[in-house]
Design a protein around this ligand. Structure first.
Ligand SMILES: Nc1nc2c(ncn2[C@@H]2O[C@H](COP(=O)(O)OP(=O)(O)O)[C@@H](O)[C@H]2O)c(=O)[nH]1
Ligand SMILES: [Mg+2]
Length: 356
């Protein structure tokens, strides 16, 4: 067994070093905050079985073998099976069996880039009942729970998602909105995005300006401390970093001790303009029991909104907020079904502006 100690500014960076040096099979033996030249950092002790497996990756054959093995994983097989079912279904979906109004609605959804899985489900429902309207069908497929303290009574709320999706901005705007609504609320903004200075500074700035508490989470010890002092706060909003290509949300949450926290809701921040392949990847990467809602951002920059339906159908998660501008004011709204239908069928953003 090969054992090694790694130090870095935060747990993510230390873990990245572990993976780069010891590979995917490394086992974490300890993970704690230590003092290095007077500043806090994360120290991880990791070990890996000393085997020739590591060297296999270096040869061309080794790389090829790994790639082939990974590509026949069950997820891929399952997605191929689903693709084949859809291919078989499509010719059966005869639009002429629908009423003219239902047919128009299906065509509209297709133009909005609603995917085949959702279209097949809609078609089956419409076929069963000639009087059934598209909104009735879609209503059962999309759920919303508006992001506010009355609906989301848990204490910890973490904002996850790809880099640049709008996590930090959504978090700040939702916190300010809640503070305005409940001036006495004790809200804490916490950043676990230590690697990127900008988000941290933004959060600290708004926390100071608006009478909100601010905490930094560099390691699991910091999160444990925040849990201990959580009685001081009514709501704690945590800004998570964009995860590296190989790290999934559950793995990251385990590293920071958040996986075992029973009072944490994770909100996935996404924009409708990602590609279908990216959405599939995100569903895999961010799947977690603690994932509780989707926040849609950059609606003002999107051309179609079908992915909101696609994601709702694939994940079963409710939508909690809609962001439609980069400014601080009038740019985020709690999600309601009405606002989603207005977006999808009228291209009206929650602020009342119509998208071209
Ligand atoms: N147009 C537009 N820009 C947004 C929206 N939400 C965030 N942004 C901008 O997108 C950029 C990245 O946002 P940020 O919150 O830093 O993303 P993060 O990396 O996920 O934390 C910033 O320049 C934001 O001002 C939105 O709804 N519409
Ligand atoms: Mg950020």
């Amino acid at each position: 067994m090969r054992m090694k100690t790694f130090r870095a500014a935060n747990s993510s960076a230390a873990f990245a070093k572990v993976k780069a040096e010891l590979g995917e099979d490394a086992v974490i033996l300890s993970n704690k905050t230590v003092s290095d030249n007077g500043s806090k950092c994360c120290e991880i002790v990791a070990a890996v079985e000393a085997s020739p497996v590591m060297s296999k990756h270096i040869t061309k054959d080794g790389v090829m073998e790994d790639a082939l093995q990974n590509s026949v994983g069950w997820q891929r097989e399952w997605s191929q099976i689903k693709g084949q079912i859809m291919a078989l279904m499509k010719p059966q979906m005869d639009p002429e069996l629908l009423t003219p109004k239902q047919k128009l609605a299906m065509e509209y959804l297709e133009r909005e880039e609603v995917n085949d899985k959702v279209l097949a489900k809609v078609y089956c429902c419409l076929r069963k009942d000639k009087d059934c309207s598209i909104i009735t069908v879609l209503d059962s497929m999309v759920d919303t729970i508006s992001f506010d303290m009355d609906n989301w009574t848990g204490k910890f709320h973490a904002f996850a998602g790809p880099g640049g999706a709008g996590k930090t901005s959504s978090l700040v705007r939702l916190a300010l909105k809640e503070k305005k609504k409940h001036p006495k609320a004790r809200i804490c903004l916490a950043t676990a995005d230590g690697g990127r200075g900008k988000g941290r500074i933004v959060l600290k700035h708004y926390a100071e300006l608006s009478g909100l508490a601010f905490r930094e989470i560099l390691t699991r010890d910091d999160f444990a401390l925040l849990q201990k002092e959580s009685n001081q706060f009514d709501m704690i909003l945590i800004d998570l970093p964009g995860l590296s290509a190989r790290t999934c949300l559950d793995e990251w949450m385990t590293l920071y001790g958040m996986k075992s926290c029973s009072d944490i809701s994770v909100h996935l921040v996404l924009s409708p303009y990602y590609s279908p392949t990216q959405f599939e990847r995100f569903i895999e990467k961010y799947k977690s029991e603690q994932l509780t809602s989707v926040i849609w951002t950059k609606l003002d920059e999107a051309c179609t909104f079908g992915s909101i339906l696609n994601m709702s159908f694939a994940s079963g998660l409710p939508v909690s907020a809609l962001s439609y501008g980069s400014g601080l004011k009038n740019s985020i709204a709690a999600a309601t079904k009405d606002s989603i239908w207005r977006l999808l069928f009228m291209r009206k953003l929650p602020g009342g502006i119509t998208q071209p």
